[in-house]
Design a binder for this molecule. Structure first.
Ligand code: ATP
Ligand code: MG
Length: 416
């Protein structure tokens, strides 16, 4: 790819040129597809790069190997390999045609026809492709739909959803990121009509789409539509309301917080009892599950009336991260309570100091290894926390001496 041929407005990462040079070395054709073309059309900075090519996967792998580019056959049976250059990943997919679809999986055939490849893609703006020289191919007028905020299926909506019900969730995901009213009614009614088949989807795929959806600057219109059409019943179970998320959104805006999909999911789930079954169904990672678990658990209760000392103690004991989730959810539940703002400020401002003593300080004093060390350390630490973390190492050691003295007196008193 010559530098001059690359349009100035499109700024893919520099490794892209190396990749395209490798892929086109023996005459194959390569185009940009997917998210990077949408970003380019909307003038947003380009994130991930997906490429399509008329070269078959084996040839793609050979071309990359010849150029010393690392390649991982991530989905080679569907025509996708991942090229890795300087730690950056690029997906390269061979043009294809779906010959058989059962709602979940497709049998694919590789091809060389760009229009056929565009026709099997989900939405009109996802069927655009762009050559390395910057020529945009837009067979289904996706550019206009993207600018208008219309998420429209390529072809007949219900047919496309029947072929692959994941497209329901993809529709809501893309609506959350790009949609503007009026929405495409035929698409929405197809999504509603096939929602009953969503339980067939693997949890991983549902999780992926849901978290991408919740990462949109404002996912609410899409979430509300999912609830209205009963699509949400199949994703997170019945009885979900958008109220908690609506309030959380308000707090995020007022505090310039960036989207946090897992916290938003917690607001949407709303109850601790739903965390375990949903974590299993959606195959959430252990980190995601633990975060939801802590965010929605009954304990520790956060007092709106807590003093600064109470707040700092809680931050020391439970950690700022899990507490922030709890504060934001408590605030969403009681949006007019002013104390939550103070909690948030405390979480931003206060980083707990390190407790000045360690076990080895006690062994150095001749205290034998064993449970007594832990007990003594905890007693001094409790005192240190109650003194607003102010006592230094010296003061902690002298408090330790006091405790030991008292213990000795008590013991000898008991014995007499
Ligand atoms: P992003 O990478 O930002 O999630 P994307 O559009 O690149 O957005 P991918 O999931 O990476 O989305 O898919 C790349 C392209 O593959 C899409 O733009 C679309 O053309 C096509 N595609 C992905 N999944 C489907 C599907 N289930 N049905 C039809 N086409 C799909
Ligand atoms: Mg992509």
């Amino acid at each position: 790819m010559s530098a001059a041929a690359n349009p100035t407005a499109f700024k893919p990462p520099p490794e892209t040129a190396t990749l395209i040079d490798a892929l086109t070395a023996d005459g194959a054709e390569v185009r940009f597809v997917g998210g990077c073309v949408r970003d380019f059309v909307l003038g947003r900075s380009v994130q991930d790069i997906d490429l399509a090519t008329d070269a078959r996967p084996e040839r793609v792998m050979a071309l990359l190997a010849k150029a010393d580019i690392k390649v991982v056959p991530t989905g080679v049976e569907h025509g996708t390999v991942t090229a890795v250059i300087a730690g950056r990943k690029f997906e390269v997919t061979t043009l294809r045609r779906d010959v058989e679809t059962d709602g979940r999986h497709a049998v694919v055939e590789f091809g060389t026809d760009w229009l056929e490849d565009a026709a099997r893609r989900d939405f009109t703006f996802n069927a655009m492709s762009m050559t390395p020289d910057g020529a945009l191919y837009d067979p289904f007028h996706g550019k206009k739909d993207l600018i208008d905020g219309r998420v429209r299926f390529v072809g007949e909506a219900s047919q496309r959803v029947r072929e692959d019900v994941l497209r329901i969730l993809r529709w809501f995901r893309f609506y959350a990121h790009y949609g503007k009213p009026p929405l495409d009614e035929s698409a929405l009614s197809a999504c509603k009509g096939f929602a009953f088949r969503l339980p067939d989807l693997s949890g991983e795929r549902v999780r992926h789409e849901l978290l991408r959806l919740l990462d949109a600057p404002n996912p609410l219109p899409s979430i509300e539509l999912m609830i209205e059409t009963n699509v949400m019943d199949a994703v997170l179970g019945r009885g979900r309301s958008a109220q908690g998320l609506t309030r959380l959104r308000g707090i995020e805006d007022a505090n310039f917080a960036s989207p946090d999909p897992v916290l938003r999911l917690a607001a949407l789930i709303g109850t601790h009892g739903a965390v375990a079954p949903l974590s299993t169904r959606l195959r959430l990672s252990n980190n995601e599950r633990d975060r939801l678990d802590q965010a929605l658990a009954a304990e520790p209760a956060l007092g709106a009336q807590a003093s600064q000392n109470d707040r700092q103690n809680a931050i020391y004991k439970y950690g700022a991260k899990p507490l922030r989730d709890r504060v934001l959810l408590a605030w969403s539940a009681a949006p007019t309570e002013p104390a939550w703002k103070e909690w948030l400020q405390e979480l931003d401002a206060f980083s707990p100091p390190k407790f000045p003593l360690e076990g080895r300080d006690l062994t150095a004093l001749g205290i034998p290894e064993g449970p007594e060390i832990g007990d003594l350390l905890r007693q001094v630490e409790t005192w240190w926390v109650s003194q607003s973390f102010a006592p230094d190492r010296e003061a902690c050691l002298s408090h330790l001496a006091n405790i030991r003295q008292t213990n000795r007196v008590t013991l000898s008193g008991d014995g007499s």
